[in-house]
Design a protein around this ligand. Structure first.
Ligand code: 2HG
Ligand code: ZN
Length: 455
């Protein structure tokens, strides 16, 4: 980057928000897992949409590539400067700017954390329909840019289903804003829906308006044990059919539970070991416990049950599932293959994928957990080098063969670009490229993300 571009960026955001000390830029250049480590000569921290637009305009003019970054909780190398890009940090655009209790909506700057969105919703007598383990760090801008899913997709849908308004700076440098929040609004292209999940390749989200959902104060969390994956997957289907109050339906296996207990010191939920576990949470206006108990009674395959209604006990059960990510990370930078399978292929996939991984690399260790209610399995693989791709290749191909998606909720990022063609036709990829060329004509926004390299 030329010194003149750097100087212009400094003038836009102010010296204190243009970071070029290597020891500080380095902290923006590595992802949560440690698998993706990039480098950047500068981190720009604008304070409002106008400054973001000015930064994009200068970079467009100077041909300087940018990586937009929120809380840097992404898991596919989509938010770190792997090609030496300038990091455009949106964290200063934090704050809930408007809560409308009448409509059940709120607006917030892109840098607002999901936890703060949830708290603001609760303060207005509503709830936000997205929740995820990284809630305290993940930002609304990042979760919109990646169409993040999380723990309540089953009930409320992914981030795209919450989005009722957006403000963004396109790669052209133009600010586009449609924050009215009208539920019915058929006035042309759904630009917000397009930007949502575009992973910072078309525009930089600066604000979002989201719908809120009714509060369900009565909650019951249960961990159910099964002797086989098939029994757990069958039970998951029955729970979805019989419990409209179901909000989360998660899967983990004995190996993951052992790892979590070892790494956190928690005692296991049951005296005996089991092959597979479901964590089911129901939430409603009225106590869902009696209905839940009746449904559990009807599932003969349940080998053990732990039920909690008190917040501390519920949190204890949740930790068996949520602590997987941190416990696995402690083993060394994992490969994270977040995939969805069609329901009939789910149990087979879970049972067979460790062999697929083992055949690709005998040193690899497979960890499986995820949002089974959505068909979403998080295949984590440890024991392999960060840039070794044979395991990723085998798993991606196996997923596609079974009719699944190579990215359920984490996005394509850098990690999965080589395999996007397994899920998207040439005609679709060409349409993607044309959209990219229209909204980011200089190709400066996250150029190493999502779209496969040409040629
Ligand atoms: C979760 O479901 C996140 O907890 C992270 O999507 C998944 O660590 C992972 O692979
Ligand atoms: Zn997840």
């Amino acid at each position: 980057m030329s010194t003149s571009v750097l100087q212009q960026l400094r003038e836009i955001v102010g010296s204190e928000h243009l970071v070029d000390e290597p020891e500080i830029t380095a902290s923006y250049a590595v992802d949560f897992t440690g698998r993706f480590v990039g480098h950047s000569s500068a981190v720009v921290r604008p304070g409002d949409a106008g400054e973001v637009a000015a930064v994009v305009a200068v970079c467009k003019e100077g041909g300087v590539a940018l990586v937009p970054q929120g809380g840097n909780t992404g898991l596919v190398g989509g938010g770190v400067p792997l090609g030496g890009e300038v990091v455009l940090s949106l964290r200063r655009l934090a704050g809930v700017t408007d809560v409308d209790p009448l409509a059940g909506q709120l607006s917030a700057g892109a840098g607002t954390t999901v936890a703060d969105i949830r708290a603001a919703a609760a303060g207005a007598g509503w709830a936000y329909g997205v929740d995820l383990a990284s809630r305290d760090t993940a930002t609304i801008g990042g979760t919109v840019a990646t169409n993040a899913g999380g723990l309540q997709v089953l009930r409320h849908g992914p981030t795209r289903a919450q989005l009722v308004g957006f403000e963004a700076v396109l790669g052209t440098g133009d600010i586009v804003s449609h924050m009215g929040g009208l539920t019915k609004d058929n006035t042309g292209y759904d630009l917000g829906g397009l930007l949502c999940g575009s992973e910072g390749t078309l525009g930089v989200l600066t604000a979002a308006r989201v719908r809120l959902v009714p509060v369900s104060p009565e909650r019951v969390t249960a961990v159910l044990a099964f002797s086989s994956t098939t029994a757990a997957v069958d039970a998951a289907s029955l729970l979805r059919r019989s419990l409209p109050e179901l909000q989360s339906l998660e899967l983990f296996l004995q190996s993951g539970l052992d790892l979590v207990c070892r790494s956190t010191g928690a005692s296991p939920p049951f005296g005996a070991a089991h092959r597979a576990y479901l964590l089911a949470e129901a939430a409603a206006q009225h106590d869902p416990a009696p209905t839940m108990a009746a449904v559990f009674d009807s599932i003969g395959a349940i080998e053990d049950v732990a039920v909690a209604t008190e917040p501390a006990q519920r949190a204890r059960l949740w930790r068996y599932r949520e602590d997987h990510t941190v416990a696995i990370n402690a083993l060394g930078a994992p490969h994270k293959l977040d995939v969805t399978l069609p329901a009939p292929a789910l149990a087979t996939f879970v049972d067979r994928v460790p062999d697929v991984v083992g055949d690709a690399d005998p040193d690899a260790v497979t960890w499986l957990f995820g949002h089974v209610g959505d068909g979403n399995v998080h295949v984590n693989v440890t024991g392999i080098e960060p840039d070794a791709l044979t395991v990723d290749d085998s798993v991606m191909r196996y997923v596609a063969e079974l009719g699944g998606s190579i990215s359920a909720e984490h996005g394509i990022g850098t990690a999965k670009r080589p395999w996007l063609h397994l899920n998207r036709s040439d005609a679709e990829l060409e349409a993607f490229r044309r959209v990219k060329a229209a909204l980011d004509p200089a190709g400066i926004l996250n150029p190493n993300v999502l779209l496969p390299p040409e040629g």
